[in-house]
Write a protein that binds this ligand. Structure first.
Ligand SMILES: C[S@@+](CC[C@H](N)C(=O)[O-])C[C@H]1O[C@@H](n2cnc3c(N)ncnc32)[C@H](O)[C@@H]1O
Length: 198
């Protein structure tokens, strides 16, 4: 296979599990699920240097590059493995200490369009039901995609969950277009964006 063609990784086949004691401060936490090259985080970090950042990236070589990129930022941690499997183990302890899990960005996630692959998505009914047990009303999920069917199906999943405080928006958060948005999406393509809370 040519090197540039990267196959999708089935998150359910990656069973690595992590724990995380938390940051050594009580500042709000921002999560980037599927951080890829980390440019989105880098720009957020510039705007919010005192916030804490948790990055999930399933592809180990990309995660290693992210660690290198942020090695001088003590407020950024990178986890490889499946973000869905590790989400609660890594973030719940901080939330239970009263730390604000401010925003969870799910930017242009892999669509997993086949019916039998839908459970590989990050936002599933199971994920939302599990997260509802410990996420507070302060946490905002931000979901962005250029895949209309994925947006509609995810919206339906969210509407049928306890996270029904939904808002649609047009412009990228803080004007920051992610790597994917910049590299893969043509100007005329529509991008679908929503945020939701409990
Ligand atoms: C389409 S790219 C979008 C990258 C980035 N969010 C952006 O908007 O530029 C999806 C990224 O999510 C990663 N990814 C896919 N499934 C994941 C999972 N379950 N956990 C963590 N990362 C995942 C992929 O390796 C890839 O880097």
């Amino acid at each position: 296979m040519p090197k540039r063609l990267r196959p999708h990784v089935n998150p359910l086949s990656i069973t690595k599990e992590y724990s995380f004691a938390g940051f050594d401060n009580n500042n709000p936490i921002i999560v980037d699920v599927g951080a890829c090259k980390g440019e989105f985080t880098a720009e957020l970090l510039e705007k919010f240097p005192n916030k804490n950042f948790v990055l999930f990236e399933i592809r180990v070589p990309l995660a290693e590059k992210l660690r290198k990129k942020f090695e001088n930022n003590g407020n950024v941690v990178v986890f490889d493995g499946d973000g869905g499997r590790n989400f609660a183990a890594i973030l719940r302890p901080s939330v239970e200490k009263g730390i604000n899990l401010e925003t969870v960005y799910v930017n242009f996630p892999d669509p997993w369009f086949k019916e039998k692959h839908k459970k590989r998505r990050f936002i599933t009914p199971k994920f939302l039901a599990e997260s509802a047990k410990w996420i507070t009303g302060d946490t905002e999920f931000v979901f962005q995609t250029d895949q209309k069917f994925l947006f509609e199906e995810t919206l339906e999943t969210v509407e049928n969950s306890i996270f029904s405080n939904i808002e649609f928006f047009k412009e990228p958060p803080f004007g920051i277009r992610t790597d994917w948005e910049q590299a893969k999406i043509k100007e005329e393509d529509e991008i679908f964006r929503m945020k939701f809370k409990k």
